[in-house]
Design a protein around this ligand. Structure first.
Ligand SMILES: Nc1ncnc2c1ncn2[C@@H]1O[C@H](COP(=O)(O)OP(=O)(O)OP(=O)(O)O)[C@@H](O)[C@H]1O
Ligand SMILES: [Mg+2]
Length: 271
C-alpha cells in the first residue's frame, strides 16, 4: 500500500487534527458565513505551499491580490518574499514565478482571449466568455500551470505537485445558484489530479445556513466548516472550525475555537 502524503495547511493545530495534513491530491472545500476566516485559511494554505517549495496558483475573486498581500502581512505571512506573477499583468513573467495569482483582472484577460480565439476559429459561432465563468476559470488555471513551467508539451495536467486555491467559488454561480452542482462537477473533473491539492472556499448564507454552492460539499474530498455564534446573543465574535470530512483521514471530530491574531493569523484551540 502506498503511503499517504500529507500536505500542510499552514496551521499547526489543523495539521495535527488531520493526521499531518490534507492528503495530497485532495479537493477540499472551506465553507462558512462572512467573516469566519475562510480567506485567511486560504492564505495560510498558500503560504505553507511557498514555504514548502510547492508552486501555487491563487485565484481570488474577493479581493485584489495587493490586498491579500497586505492582510497576510498583518497576520505574519510575507508573500513578497516570493516571486509573484499575476495573470492580469501586461508584461510577461521575467523569471519563473513561485506563485501565480488570478484575480478578476486576470480572469477578464483570459475571457477576452477565449472570445477572440472563438471568433477566429468560427466567426459564425463567435461567443463571448464571461470573466466569472467556470470555462474561463479552467483556462486561467491551465495558463497559470504553464507560467509555472508545470505543463509538458501539449499537456494540461501539472507534472509536479501544485497547490490550487480558489477564493471563492461562490462568485462563479452567484447569479445562477441552481447551476452550482453542474459547475462544481465541471471544475472538479478539470482540476482534480494526483498532483493538485486544492482548497476552495464557499460562502454560506447567514440567514438560512444554506451553502450557495451545496454541490461542492458533496463532491469534495474534504469539508472544513467555519461558523460564528449568533452575534446578537453572544455579543461578541466567537468563531469555530470543524473538520466535517476528509478522505483517508481519521480526523479529529471535535470543533476548535478559532481566533484570528495579529502577527499569527488563525490560531485554533480545542474547546
Ligand atoms: N490583522 C488582523 N488582525 C486580527 N483580525 C483580523 C485581521 N485582519 C482580519 N481580521 C479578521 O478576519 C476577518 C475576515 O476574515 P476572512 O476575510 O478570512 O473572512 P471570510 O470567511 O473570507 O469572509 P467572506 O465570506 O466575507 O469572504 C475580519 O472580519 C477580522 O475580524
Ligand atoms: Mg473571504
Amino acid at each position: 500500500m502506498s503511503e499517504i502524503v500529507r500536505v500542510s495547511t499552514g496551521i499547526k493545530e489543523l495539521d495535527e487534527a488531520l493526521e499531518g495534513g490534507i492528503p495530497k491530491g485532495s479537493w477540499v472545500v472551506a465553507t462558512g458565513e462572512p467573516g469566519t476566516g475562510k480567506s485567511i485559511l486560504a492564505m495560510h494554505f498558500a503560504y505553507a505551499g511557498l514555504r514548502a517549495d510547492d508552486p501555487v496558483v491563487y485565484v481570488t475573486t474577493e479581493q485584489e491580490f495587493r490586498d491579500v498581500v497586505v492582510q497576510a502581512r498583518q497576520l505574519g505571512m510575507d508573500f513578497e518574499k516570493y516571486s509573484i506573477y499575476s495573470l492580469g499583468w501586461k508584461k510577461e513573467p521575467e523569471a519563473m514565478p513561485q506563485i501565480v495569482v488570478i484575480d478578476i483582472f486576470g480572469l477578464l484577460k483570459v475571457a477576452r482571449g477565449l472570445s477572440e480565439k472563438a471568433k477566429e476559429e468560427a466567426p459564425e459561432k463567435a461567443r463571448r466568455y464571461a470573466a466569472l465563468s467556470v470555462e474561463t476559470l479552467i483556462e486561467a488555471i491551465t495558463e497559470a500551470y504553464d507560467v509555472l513551467g508545470l505543463l509538458e508539451e501539449g499537456g494540461r495536467s501539472p507534472s509536479r505537485h501544485v497547490r490550487l486555491i480558489i477564493d471563492s467559488m461562490s462568485a462563479f454561480w452567484v447569479d445562477k445558484p441552481v447551476m452550482a452542482r453542474k459547475y462544481s462537477y465541471q471544475l472538479k473533473i478539470a482540476t482534480h489530479r494526483d498532483n493538485v491539492t486544492a482548497l476552495l472556499t464557499s460562502q454560506y448564507a447567514p440567514t438560512t445556513g444554506q451553502a450557495y454552492g451545496f454541490g461542492l460539499e458533496h463532491i469534495a474530498d474534504g469539508v472544513i466548516h467555519l461558523w460564528m455564534d449568533e452575534v446578537e446573543t453572544a455579543k461578541e465574535v466567537r468563531r469555530h472550525l470543524i473538520i466535517k470530512k476528509m478522505r483517508m483521514t481519521n480526523h479529529s471530530r471535535k470543533a476548535f475555537n478559532l481566533e484570528i491574531e495579529p502577527g499569527r493569523g488563525i490560531v485554533l484551540r480545542q474547546t
